[in-house]
Ligand binder design. Structure first.
Ligand code: UDP
Length: 366
């Protein structure tokens, strides 16, 4: 039994909670707030102004949002000008940290790594993406060298994108299944689901091309981050076959996707985890995905989905044609067994407890 502790969570500075700009970080944050409070810990959140309540005290901060790192060049160094919400969130954390046992950083930016010592409390970093920029690689590498216990990642596939990733703690991910509606059978038209930001790294165009080959409609839930990507996807399918269902609250999406035969993931980058794979499985959808990143550790090939050679659109189409052979009930059960928010919170609790007994306020060497 781990004694209750208090956690100050730093959300992502790319957008307010509820905007969808934070992608899976919003899902991670909600799951951890719920799971850690249920385990008796005190949790408060620092987030950009305009964030939706997550049911615990929130400290909302004004400022210019950060650009999403996955849209930037490898050489980018993240900006921390006066007035940026990242800088302002970090200032707020430095002021509040004294009242907490540990700071849990969910932001993918150099600042919380390089300036962890500022806050006078241990800072635990849950890294939300695979390697994207040299500056982040360096910040994570140095932290893994000097304070390895303080870094966690979602999957081994994500950790392998960093030189010293093997030193990180792997905590997986977790979904609050209460809002996932299991559907024993899909709509008769064989429609497929794509759930995610419409942005090149998420691979909507490959998914659309594969569905066109397989003769299936494709329904899309997600933020239209890049209109050009949407236009390319539209051009890859027969008219009327690609339907945008909007960017909706997670519980709405989870109550709707059960109508689909399966979810298709054609990510061009290494998904750190791939929350949507678990959400879809919980609703009864098998996962058809490239064998790349987090989904390779979530999907059991031939049981809860099919893993296909990366970037092989014809292979994806062939797998889509076979999804009806998989048991939707098995997909649901596997998701619930392995990826509940409660189990995720327990793994994160164990990691944080380890960080708490480690060094406090380790300096960040040059
Ligand atoms: N999502 C949502 N509404 C939508 C589409 C997606 O709330 O209309 C959520 C979804 O529940 C998922 C998250 O967006 O948890 C995306 O997370 P994921 O880890 O799959 O991808 P990321 O955006 O972090 O790359």
């Amino acid at each position: 039994m781990i004694a209750p502790f208090s956690v100050l969570v730093m959300s992502t500075p790319v957008g307010p909670i509820g905007s969808g700009l934070g992608g899976g970080v919003e899902t991670t944050l909600r799951a951890l707030v719920r799971g850690l409070t249920a385990r008796g810990h005190r949790v408060e959140v620092v987030a950009p102004a305009g964030s939706q309540s997550v049911g615990v005290p929130m400290h909302c901060v004004n400022g210019t949002p950060q650009a999403s790192m996955q849209l930037l060049e490898r050489s980018t160094v993240s900006t921390t000008d006066d007035g940026s919400v990242l800088t302002n969130m970090w200032t707020e954390i430095s002021l509040l940290a004294e009242g907490f046992d540990v700071v849990l950083n969910l932001s993918y930016d150099e600042l919380p790594f390089v300036r962890a010592v500022d806050v006078g409390r241990p800072v635990a970093h849950l890294v939300s993406m695979g390697s994207l920029t040299d500056a982040m690689d360096a910040a994570i590498d140095t932290t893994l060298r000097c304070s390895p216990a303080s870094v966690a990642m979602h999957t081994r596939a994500q950790a392998e994108t960093y030189a010293r990733g093997a030193a990180a703690t792997i905590v997986g991910g977790g979904i609050d299944f209460d809002t996932c509606r299991f559907a024993a059978s899909p709509q008769a038209d064989g429609r497929m689901a794509f759930v995610g930001r419409v942005s090149p790294e998420k691979g909507l165009v490959d998914a659309a091309r594969a569905c066109a080959i397989a003769g299936r409609p494709l329904h899309v839930w997600g933020l239209l981050q890049d209109p050009d990507e949407w236009a390319r996807a539209l051009g890859s399918m027969p008219e009327g076959a690609l339907i945008h269902r909007g960017f909706v609250a997670p519980d709405v999406m989870r109550s709707q996707i059960g109508e689909c035969a399966a979810i298709v993931m054609a990510s061009k980058w290494v998904e750190a985890f791939g929350n949507v794979a678990v959400e879809a499985m919980a609703c009864g959808l098998p996962v058809v995905s490239y064998r790349r990143g987090g989904p390779t550790e979530v999907v059991d090939d031939g049981e809860t989905g099919f893993l296909v050679t990366p970037d092989d659109v014809a292979g994806l189409a062939e797998a889509i044609a076979r999804v009806g052979t998989l048991s939707r009930r098995a997909c649901h059960e596997r998701a619930v067994e392995r990826h509940s928010h409660g189990a995720f919170a327990q793994r994160v609790e164990a990691w944080l407890a380890g960080v708490l007994v480690g060094a406090v306020g380790t300096d960040f060497p040059a």
